[in-house]
Design a protein around this ligand. Structure first.
Ligand code: AMP
Ligand code: TRP
Length: 341
């Protein structure tokens, strides 16, 4: 059976981009057709300046929202990355296969490092090595497919390179995975600046719809979305990015096609109004389920405990194989056993 793995960082409140670009597909499609693991990648939240209490809070909230979005622990595995040691165990081996130049070429690293330096801050070494940890997340499970938004395509490409290189040098240890990108909403853009993606750690929340935003807040953000001074409604990502983003969001929420939706509207006002309502309707059941789950935190804890146990059992043999292949001796067996041999 196909094995699917994906992850989400607890670095901010989850957004409509996370939902349309990733989570909804995990819940509606992936978990039902493949053996799937979905991981709150908390170690990745430590690569930039962080507040420990906030990471704890967001890790719990992110896991709760994954379940609220429809991930069903009876058919898939939901867990926290830091609960399964295999991720960091494997990451080190992959650091011995990756190169310094390769890491420095990662777009996300270049962007985040430049931003940090611009603020006069220092760049954590873990920000540079983070794509290797991500590769370990994926390769530890013999993953075939990685459902992610477009921004992660380069990291999955790196993961493939590392898997192929390791297998060639040290013998077959890893399945070579591939990214699967959504048909629509692969990149939901910021409503105030449609040339940037809608990200959960954006400094200003005005262009970002959060999954837990109240309906009226959602409406306000969508109605105030930046468009352009044109009048006709056309889908043109390069020339009319704000308009294209609204059409993409509406299409993703209603199951339509962004190009044909453009023909339906003759004013920006009615497009914005319908988009706002479509987003409110998509978020409504997720928010309702989130409220229920928050009332029962021990349920979520139980899911995460069982999830980590299942994940550990799956990852262990693959990571052990990689340890042997690269030249590390297995720990010596108990003396009584080796003496008996
Ligand atoms: P992150 O928020 O970086 O932890 O991303 C978690 C998942 O959501 C990844 O698969 C991302 O590709 C996806 N994602 C994040 N932001 C967006 C966005 N604005 N549009 C589409 N997908 C996104
Ligand atoms: N780097 C991903 C992001 O920022 C999150 C992530 C970490 C991930 N490990 C992963 C995604 C493994 C897919 C598979 O969105």
């Amino acid at each position: 059976m196909t094995r699917v793995f994906s992850g989400i960082q607890p670095t901010g409140h989850l957004t409509l981009g996370n939902y349309l670009g990733a989570m909804r597909r995990w819940a509606e499609v992936d978990q039902h057709r493949a053996e799937s693991l979905f991981c709150v990648v908390d170690l990745h939240a430590l690569t930039m300046d962080h507040d420990p209490a906030r990471v704890r809070r967001l890790s719990r909230q992110t896991a709760t929202l994954l379940l609220a979005a429809g991930l069903d622990p009876d058919v898939c595995t939901v867990f926290l990355q830091s609960h399964v040691d295999e991720h960091t165990r494997l990451s080190y081996l992959l650091e011995c296969v990756a190169t310094d130049g390769e890491m420095r070429r990662m777009i996300q690293y270049k962007e985040k490092a430049a931003k940090e330096r611009g603020r006069g801050g220092s760049v954590r070494l873990s920000l540079l090595t983070y794509p290797v940890l991500m590769a370990a997340d994926i390769l530890a499970y013999g993953t075939d497919e990685v459902p992610v938004g477009e921004d992660q395509a380069q990291h999955v490409e790196l993961t493939r390179d590392l898997a192929v290189r390791f297998n060639q040098r040290y013998g077959q240890a890893f399945v070579v995975p591939r990214a699967t990108l959504p048909q629509v909403a692969a990149r939901v853009m910021n409503l105030q600046d449609p040339t940037r993606k809608m990200g959960k750690s954006d400094d200003s929340g005005a262009g970002v719809v959060y999954l837990l935003d109240e309906p009226d807040v959602v409406r306000k953000k969508v109605l105030r979305a930046v468009t352009d001074s044109g009048r006709d409604v056309v889908h043109d990502r390069a020339e009319r990015p704000g308009l294209a983003n609204l059409l993409d969001i509406l299409a993703a929420c209603t199951g339509g096609n962004p190009e044909s939706l453009a023909d339906v509207y003759d004013s920006y006002g009615s497009l914005k109004k319908d988009t706002a309502e479509a987003v409110v309707e998509v978020l409504r059941p997720v928010q309702a389920r989130h409220r229920e789950l928050c009332a029962d935190p021990s349920y979520v804890e139980g899911v995460l405990r069982d999830g980590a146990e299942k994940a550990r059992a799956l990852a262990r043999p693959t990571v052990d194989t990689a340890y042997r292949a690269i030249g590390l001796l297995p720990p010596v067996a108990e003396p009584s056993l080796s003496a008996a041999r």
